[in-house]
Design a protein around this ligand. Structure first.
Ligand code: CA
Ligand code: CA
Length: 303
């Protein structure tokens, strides 16, 4: 264990157990530094004058890794081993409580105290970011392979996405990045040829408080319809033609977290059969769930 003064003077303190594999470290509420010893399955504290106390973790070979001071006055740490798969807390007097993580093979790694009073941690194995309440209830959020995690000054928890080459953030409330969704309804259905069918296209940002910027909605129309109009509740819509087929593109602009916009699109079908409308939404920011970014609506066209 080593300390360094702000001017760069180092002092090293030998750890009583040999070959401990010191990993994470955090300042404890008791004025000591707390750290994990993954090789020997212990959590330890060291006073600022270099006196060590080591505590064995109850679960054998748990690989204690990341550690953070919780708002409850305890130290919280990850048990990275596949066989452990737990989050644990230790009181400043060395009493442990361990909590299971529902997903198997989660490999919990880094941990940080969130702005919401929970502890947040990364799961390298499941590609989740998760939180644990101070009473031990774990909630996991699908995300990405991530390692480092820290509370931001903006009320979000920030973490490194190692495979996306990006920094991501998660709202302390739960949602990662924005989640735009789109849904389309038609009226009337069925409709006669050369009669107007109107689509109501609703675009929503399901993230509670993260803005989606540069929101764009695209609807390539069937070659078997005549375009009538496209009216957005915000922004502008335009049409372009390629090989006789019309595409409607609407620049919606910014959709704040929790906000929605509507596009009313009218067309007239030219021939009987099943008319398919496919509309999709995109934006300038990462969408955590691309599966709901496209909507399809079928309309029966009579003669
Ligand atoms: Ca989405
Ligand atoms: Ca329909």
């Amino acid at each position: 264990m080593t300390k360094v003064t702000p001017s760069g003077a180092f002092t090293e303190y030998p750890i009583p157990s040999g070959g401990v594999g010191p990993a994470g470290i955090a300042a404890g509420p008791d004025g000591n530094l707390w750290f994990t010893e993954w090789r020997v399955n212990q959590v330890a504290k060291v006073t600022t004058s270099g006196v060590f106390t080591e505590y064995p973790v109850p679960t054998a070979s748990s690989t204690p890794w990341g550690i953070a001071a919780g708002p409850d006055g305890n130290l919280w740490f990850t048990e990275y081993a596949q066989t452990a798969n737990q989050i644990a807390k230790v009181t400043t007097s060395g009493v442990f409580t361990e909590y299971p993580i529902s997903s198997a093979n989660s490999f919990p790694y880094a941990i940080a105290a969130g702005p919401d009073g929970n502890l947040w941690f990364t799961e390298v194995g499941t590609e989740n970011v998760a939180k644990v309440t101070t009473s031990g209830l774990v909630t996991e959020y699908p995300c990405c392979v991530s390692y480092g995690i820290a509370a931001g000054p903006d009320g979000n928890v920030w973490f490194t996405g190692s495979q996306t080459n990006a920094i991501d953030k998660i709202e302390a409330g739960g949602a990662t990045d924005v989640d735009l969704s789109i849904a389309t309804t038609d009226s009337p259905d069925p409709v006669n040829t050369h009669q107007q069918v109107t689509y109501t296209i609703a675009v929503s940002n399901l993230a509670p408080s993260i803005d989606a910027t540069g929101v764009t909605v695209m609807s390539p129309l069937s070659a078997h319809v005549t375009f009538v109009s496209a009216i957005p509740s915000q922004g502008t819509c335009s049409t372009s033609k390629a090989k006789g087929a019309t595409t409607v593109t609407c620049a919606i602009g910014t959709l704040a977290g929790g906000a929605s916009a509507t596009i009313t699109l009218a067309v007239k079908p030219l021939q009987p059969g099943t008319l398919t409308n496919t509309t999709s939404v995109a934006s300038s920011v990462t969408d955590r769930n691309p599966a709901n970014n496209t909507a399809q609506e079928l309309t029966s066209v009579l003669k």
